[in-house]
Design a protein around this ligand. Structure first.
Ligand code: NVA
Length: 309
């Protein structure tokens, strides 16, 4: 059975820990492991804007001895010119893995169903699991571990990052609090999904509408843009709705004194995060950006080992 990485909880808690340990090892010795030697080709497709994801996958695949093939989504016309299933069947004959950033989670699932090779979620409307691997690696580096720590996600909890923090954070044994204005909280089933995982890991998931209450004593404070890719037409209404949910120095004063601040980037200073916070001493955002490469190499190497099994 081909394994994929479509959502954060496609990895069990033990598997997530294994991938994170591998990510740390690959960071220590970036050029030693060549599981994609051949070179094996990894197809990468981006239907939404990208900087970190394209750069880190291209660099990481090369470091693993493989070849990053950029498939131009607009030329391929996935789901328009050809069905997702037919694209999957074709790419599965050319590439050893498929990395796809797109809109609908159901399209990614269709790709996985028909490709015959591992498929990796490089961001959908619902999840951003590669970012979470990088973020958890970053938490481990700064805090030594993840289990038992409290993370407060402040802002657009209904976006991919809110969902992924819930599910991946609970998998890592963290207590995840999500604080969003009315109408922008994660779906109840996402909170339930994370809470159910937490039963086994000692983690938990909760919605805490008041950002001050959510951040109180937190070890990790996270935010993300208020206007995710695809939501641009709602920008003005969103900026109004999210007033009061900016991560400021005043808000950070309520967190644990040694709390770290995270943001997947791109960041909008003065909107979801104040400049003096993201550019201040508690910010670890550049470590997160670097760790995309190490964490993604780890999941690609892990999936390759299982596919070769
Ligand atoms: N929630 C953001 C994440 C960007 C990496 C978006 O989907 O645009």
């Amino acid at each position: 059975m081909t394994r994929h990485f479509l959502a954060d909880d496609d990895l069990s808690p033990a598997e997530q820990a294994e991938v994170l340990a591998l990510a740390a090892e690959l960071k220590r010795a970036p050029y030693d492991a060549k599981p994609l030697a051949g070179p094996r080709t990894v197809a990468t497709i981006y239907d939404k804007p990208t900087l970190r994801t394209q750069a880190s996958f291209a660099a990481g695949i090369a470091e693993l001895g493989g070849h990053p093939m950029l498939v131009e989504g607009s030329l391929a016309g996935i789901g328009v010119r050809e069905s997702v299933a037919d694209v999957a069947r074709v790419l599965g004959r050319q590439a050893s893995m498929i990395v796809w950033r797109t809109f609908a989670q159901s399209d990614l699932e269709a790709m996985a169903e028909h490709s015959g090779v591992p498929v990796v979620n490089a961001l959908t409307d619902d999840f951003h699991p590669c970012q979470l691997l990088a973020d958890l690696q970053t938490v481990r580096e700064h805090k030594g571990a993840t289990a038992g720590l409290t993370v407060a996600f402040v802002g657009d909890g209904a976006c991919n990052m809110g969902n992924s923090w819930l599910v991946a954070g609970a998998t890592a044994g963290m207590h995840v609090r999500v604080s969003s204005p009315d109408g922008h909280a994660p779906a109840a089933e996402m909170v339930d999904r994370a809470a159910a995982i937490g039963v086994g890991t000692g983690g938990s998931a909760a919605l805490v509408a008041d950002p001050r209450e959510a951040v109180a004593g937190a070890d990790v404070v996270v935010t993300d843009t208020w206007v995710s890719m695809g939501k641009e037409t709602e920008a003005e209404a969103r900026v109004a709705a999210f007033a009061g949910y900016q991560v400021t120095t005043d808000l950070m004063a309520l967190a644990a004194p040694d709390a770290i601040v995270m943001h997947c980037l791109p960041a909008y200073r003065g909107k979801e995060i104040a400049a003096d916070v993201i550019d201040g001493p508690q910010s670890v955002v550049w470590d997160e950006a670097e760790n995309r490469r190490h964490a993604q190499k780890a999941i690609l190497a892990w999936l390759t080992a299982r596919a070769d099994g």
